[in-house]
Design a protein around this ligand. Structure first.
Ligand SMILES: [Zn+2]
Length: 276
């Protein structure tokens, strides 16, 4: 059985990378159409799927070949984390609002809209028959059959204020909302000038990101979790895996030093090896 939302919900703000005003409206989806973006830029709704990924620099971007929607992962993470299968996402401009840098405003809006099950539509699931592994340098992903859906994610960065953070998480909507959705985007102060020069993080500020400086961590209201960075990486991973168009099922996933490019490649491998 597939799930969508009951009523529309809108979120406004500015985009993280482009820095322009941004608005999304989540709409119920009657058919089994997965997550789709609807914009005057596109003739048809653009499915948020792996074959539409057009870039993974600092965020996951999807494109119809002409126009691109940037930074889709936080919003998709919220939808997938809450167990939603089908959602139409009306978007003004080319990037969702950065909100507070986390998935919490999206997840809260979706929860408030309410979830609706569609008993006559079959949920397509991503299950594995055996273990699989993908490595590139010190980046490593594994997946194996398990009971339920669980993750172990390691974030490791050689910085005195960061070091190694490990988060283990059993996925269910209530726990996602409390333990994963609130974790914010972060960046290192030494990268920010270069990012802005490359046309990225233009809307970034302490309103929507945690900034790690040489000697201090700048976070509005302080860090939300001691391991907020690892949790945010998990949020990103859940969002990127949602591009498979399948609901994770009876699977344990481990990721060491994941990033968007690795997440997308791993999602492709999972789909290729999935038993469904
Ligand atoms: Zn992120």
């Amino acid at each position: 059985m597939r799930t969508t939302i009951k009523i529309p919900a809108t979120i406004e703000g500015i985009g993280l990378h482009k820095g322009r005003p941004a608005r999304v409206t989540f709409l119920p989806a009657e058919e089994a159409t997965g997550f789709r973006f609807i914009s005057p830029l596109f003739k048809e709704p653009l499915p948020a799927r792996l074959d539409k990924v057009a870039g993974t620099a600092r965020g996951t971007n999807i494109s119809d070949g002409t126009h691109t929607i940037y930074t889709v992962e936080h919003l998709l993470s919220a939808a997938a984390g809450l167990g939603i299968d089908d959602l139409d996402i009306e978007i003004d401009g080319e990037e969702p609002p950065a909100a507070d840098g986390s998935a919490l405003p999206f997840a809260t809006a979706l929860r408030k809209a309410g979830l609706r099950e569609k008993p006559d539509q079959e949920q397509k699931k991503l299950s594995l028959a055996g273990r699989l592994e993908m490595t590139k340098g010190d980046i490593r992903y594994t997946a194996a059959p398990a009971l339920g859906v669980s993750f172990k994610l390691t974030y490791d960065y050689p910085h005195a204020l960061v070091g190694k953070q490990v988060i283990e998480f059993v996925l269910n909507p209530d726990e996602y909302l409390v333990r994963v959705a609130p974790a914010r985007t972060f960046g290192f102060s030494h990268e920010i000038e270069a990012l802005k020069a490359a046309g990225l993080a233009l809307g970034g500020s302490l309103e929507n990101a945690v900034v790690i400086g040489e000697k201090e961590i700048m976070a509005k209201g302080g860090l939300r979790f001691a391991d907020e960075f690892a949790r945010h990486k998990l949020l990103d991973l859940i969002g990127d895996l949602a591009l498979s168009g399948l609901a994770l099922n009876n699977i344990h996933i481990e990721a060491e030093r994941p990033g968007h490019a690795g997440n997308v490649n791993f999602a492709k491998l999972l789909v290729e090896k999935a038993t469904q």
